[in-house]
Structure formats: structure tokens, C-alpha cells
Design a protein around this ligand. Structure first.
Ligand code: NAP
Length: 454
């Protein structure tokens, strides 16, 4: 049986809020459509010819009802209480470097279930917290009523290449970026192997903001698949109060490393200090000009950064946590210690990077690539959140209706940490089921980024 969208969603929300049992939740009929944030294929050329900064997600991201897709046997319907903005939603909404409809078309060719994704709209979002409403017939470990967070590694577990490190799977994808039915919505369809338990001491929005960036930073720094940081390592972290950097700093501090955080304001330097990162560089004050013009890098500016790092911690970085890309990669390779590692997962400022290869080979440095995290890594990173060892880096919260504005803020680097989005949750502060543990971890620690964003 199906009902209209609004009465059903109200019934689901009432049930979640009143702590209804899984059976009660499973008995609520599902709507035929649900409210979601999406871009339209027919608008993929809307920003043609504009500079990236003028491509405004507020014009391309729409919030409206879309059809609820059928559920595959290995999937679940999740009532999404909250989600978060990731930079991949910036890329999708400005159609750079490519419109994401090509990803959906390729997924659509893979199987009957894949074909559901190839639509003329793309529901975006790669993070979420919520409650399971239904499980497919092949789902074993999860049930309606389970409170979950969702990681974005989307793999076909019948593919042999997915069975060592699933990030090496030949058809590995990022949910809500390279698949449809993402998390910036009131309902979502996810594979059972994307589910993880929601940390009980966090609100819906605090729980929703972690999985993508926290797991990525965990793999980059802690995992044997990344830089495998050890006690005492000096780690240079670009964007150290950004989405990735805010977790990276915590991993370095927890793991006995020595973080050197690069940020772009005195307020962010203060935030770094509160995270236990004493060595901070305010790049806006230093005004490094690694590129003297569009084609030429200035080695003396790389040296100036290196000298600033040595002045703070007395030595060169064992690890450079790299993601800005073109603007910083030359400097990152230069400042890494002899034998050090530059671990990179992105290129926000441009992916055609350039560095002086002599500094790489003569000093036996390495560049290690990294991309999201496998299920094990995401699970271990989520466990550290649940244990209160890693804190959410939520700084601001928007309603789903203002997803365009939230995405614009991330695009323009006006935020710190993560921006959360309330989906079904009617207000902030809901969803904590273990208040005693929250008190033990400490409100101040959990909301450190929120206070900066206030
Ligand atoms: P974010 O929240 O915007 O943080 C990035 C930070 O980098 C900014 O806050 C800024 O900090 C700094 N930054 C930006 N441009 C810079 C530049 N030209 N030079 C130096 N610093 C710069 O974004 P995020 O969530 O951390 O993601 C960063 C990048 O990683 C994005 O491109 C994203 O798509 C990518 N990413 C990749 C993966 C993956 O699995 N491969 C996962 C997550 C994210 P300051 O202004 O304070 O210096």
C-alpha cells in the first residue's frame, strides 16, 4: 500500500521520535515519492563559459519530490534524519570537472538494478544518519529500526576485485556522487554494506557529518593503505580545520604525531590550538606565492614554507596531508622530509599538478594516492567516533531547503569543518540516545567547531 508523501513522512518522523519498534516502523507504508536535493541533466550546460567561482550551486540544486526507486535484495531504505555537505556535491552542482550524469549512465549499463540510477536527475549527498525502514531480502545484519550512519563506498560484492581492499574494486563508486539516490534527501536507498551503527552520544546532525571525511582521513594517515603514521611523525596538514583536515589533526594528535596545521585565519589558528595542534601556520598572513604566474612556480616560496615549518617544530614533515592540489603540490613535495610521504586524495585548486621531480627522487620521497576508505577502514573510523576518541567537526547546520546556500558556503571556503543538513530531523539537537556518555566525552569537545561557526 502507498500513501501520499506528507502523511507518510509525518508518520515515519513520529515513529522515530517516539522510539517506535522496528516492527512498527516496518508497518508504515512507504511513499511513492520523497523530498530530495538533485541536479537536472537538462541544466548541465547552464554555467557554460562562466569561471568556476560564478557557478552557483544555489541555481543548480533543486529540492523537490522524486520517485522512490524499487529496493534491490542487498539494499535498505533509510529515513534520513540528517546529512552533510561534501565537496563532491560542489563538483556535481557546478558540473565540474564533468557532469555526473556520465557516472549514472555507466552504472545504468551494469545491471537491471544499476539501470534505476540512470535518470535525468541526480539525487546528491554522500553522508547521512538515519533509521532503517525496510531491508531487502538478502540483508542479514540490519533490521528496521536500527539507527545508522552511512558510508559512501559503493561496491559490488560479487566482483572478485572487491575482495582485498574494496577501494581497488574495478567498479568502486562513491554513493551520491557516482550513484543516484544520495543522502541529501528525506529517504535514501543504500547497500547493506554501507551501514554502520550511529554513535549513540551524538545528535543526528553530528553523526551525519563524519563518515566521508573521517574515513578518508583515517585511511590517509592511519591505515596501512595510507601513510601509516607512527608516533613522533611530523605531519603537515593543509586545510587543517576543513572537512578532511579537522579529522586529520585529531588522528595525528591521538596517534602521538606532531601536527603542523595550515589554515587561513587567526580564528582557525585558535581552533587548532583547542584541538591540541600547537604548530599552526596562517597562510593568509604568510601570503605564500608558490606560483609567480600561471605557468611558473617559485622555489624560494617553497623554501619559505619549509623554513616556517622548521621554525615551529624543528624538522621537516614525515608526512604531508595533501588535497589542495595544483596550488600546493609543488610545495608539498619540496617540504617533505627525505624519505617522507605526500599522501594525496584530491586537487581542489586544480588537478594538473606540477612538482620538481628532482626533489622527489633525489630525496627518496613518495607520493601516495588515497581515495575514501574500504568498509573496514570506515567501520574502524566510525568506532573511534563512537568511543568519543574522535569528535565531529560540525560547524553549522542548514535545513534541506537551503542546501544550495550550504553548498555555496563550502564552495567559497566560508565554512570550517563540516556543514550539516537537517533532512527529516525537524530541529537540531535530537537523536542522542546515550546522554551520560555524551557528558563523559564532554560537550565542549563535541561542539568545538560548532562554537567557532556560531
Ligand atoms: P573543505 O572543507 O573545503 O576543506 C579544505 C580546506 O583546504 C579549506 O578549508 C582551506 O582551508 C584549504 N584550502 C582550499 N584551497 C586551498 C589552497 N588553494 N591552498 C591551500 N589550502 C587550501 O574540503 P574537504 O572536505 O576537506 O575536502 C578537500 C578536498 O578533498 C576536496 O577537493 C574534496 O573533493 C576532496 N575529498 C576527497 C576525498 C576522497 O576520498 N578522495 C574525500 C574527501 C574530500 P584554509 O583556507 O583554512 O587554509
Amino acid at each position: 500500500m502507498t500513501l501520499g508523501y506528507i502523511p507518510v513522512m509525518e508518520a515515519i518522523l513520529d515513529a522515530v521520535q517516539s522510539g517506535a519498534s522496528g516492527d512498527e516502523l516496518a508497518a508504515i507504508p512507504l511513499p511513492e515519492s520523497y523530498r530530495a536535493a538533485f541536479v537536472r541533466k537538462k541544466e548541465a550546460e547552464m554555467f557554460a563559459g562562466l569561471p568556476s567561482s560564478d557557478k552557483d550551486p544555489r541555481n543548480s540544486l533543486h529540492v523537490d519530490e522524486v520517485a522512490l526507486p524499487e529496493l534491490a535484495p542487498d539494499e535498505c531504505y533509510v529515513a534520513v534524519m540528517a546529512s552533510a555537505i561534501n565537496f563532491n556535491t560542489v563538483w556535481t552542482s557546478i558540473f565540474e570537472p564533468l557532469p555526473t550524469f556520465g557516472f549514472l549512465r555507466r552504472l545504468g549499463r551494469e545491471s537491471v538494478w544499476g539501470a534505476r540510477h540512470d535518470l535525468d536527475y541526480h539525487v546528491v549527498g554522500s553522508d547521512a544518519s538515519g533509521v532503517i525502514l525496510r531491508t531487502g531480502s538478502a540483508v542479514r545484519n540490519w533490521a528496521p529500526g536500527d539507527r545508522v550512519v552511512i558510508h559512501c563506498n559503493y561496491v559490488d560484492d560479487q566482483d572478485p576485485s572487491a575482495h582485498d581492499d574494496s577501494m581497488l574494486a574495478s567498479n568502486q563508486r562513491i554513493w551520491g556522487f557516482e550513484t543516484n539516490f544520495g543522502g541529501l534527501a528525506e529517504l535514501s536507498v543504500v547497500k547493506a554494506n554501507q551501514l554502520m551503527p550511529k554513535p549513540a552520544h551524538l545528535t543526528w546532525e553530528e553523526a551525519a557529518c563524519n563518515a566521508l571525511c573521517n574515513s578518508t582521513s583515517y585511511r590517509m594517515l592511519v591505515s596501512k593503505n595510507g601513510a601509516c603514521m607512527k608516533q613522533g611523525d611530523v605531519v603537515l596538514i593543509w586545510g587543517a580545520t576543513g572537512g578532511l583536515g579537522g579529522y586529520a589533526v585529531q588522528y595525528v594528535v591521538n596517534g602521538g604525531g606532531i601536527p603542523v596545521g595550515v589554515v587561513s585565519s587567526p580564528a582557525k589558528v585558535k581552533l587548532l590550538e583547542s584541538l591540541g595542534c600547537e604548530a599552526a601556520i596562517d597562510r593568509s598572513e604568510k601570503a605564500y606565492r608558490f606560483w609567480s604566474d600561471e605557468h611558473t612556480q617559485d622555489e624560494s616560496e617553497w623554501r619559505r614554507l619549509g623554513a616556517d615549518i622548521r621554525a615551529l617544530v624543528g624538522e621537516d614533515p614525515d608526512i604531508v596531508f595533501e588535497h589542495p592540489g595544483r596550488q600546493t603540490m609543488g610545495a608539498s613535495v619540496f617540504v617533505a622530509k627525505r624519505g617522507g610521504v605526500v599522501v594525496t586524495c584530491a586537487a581542489t585548486s586544480g588537478y594538473m599538478v606540477e612538482y620538481d621531480n628532482r626533489h622527489l627522487w633525489m630525496k627518496l620521497k613518495a607520493i601516495k594516492s588515497s581515495h575514501f576508505a574500504n568498509y573496514r577502514e570506515a567501520w574502524d573510523a566510525n568506532r573511534l567516533i563512537s568511543l568519543g576518541r574522535i569528535q565531529p567537526v560540525l560547524s553549522a547546520v542548514f535545513p534541506l531547503a537551503e542546501v544550495g546556500e550550504a553548498t555555496r558556503q563550502v564552495q567559497r571556503n566560508l565554512h570550517e569543518g563540516k556543514i550539516g543538513v537537517l533532512c527529516l530531523a525537524p530541529e537540531e539537537g535530537l537523536g542522542v540516545s546515550d546522554p551520560e556518555f555524551r557528558q563523559k566525552v564532554g560537550e565542549d569537545k563535541i561542539t568545538a567547531f560548532r562554537r567557532l561557526g556560531a
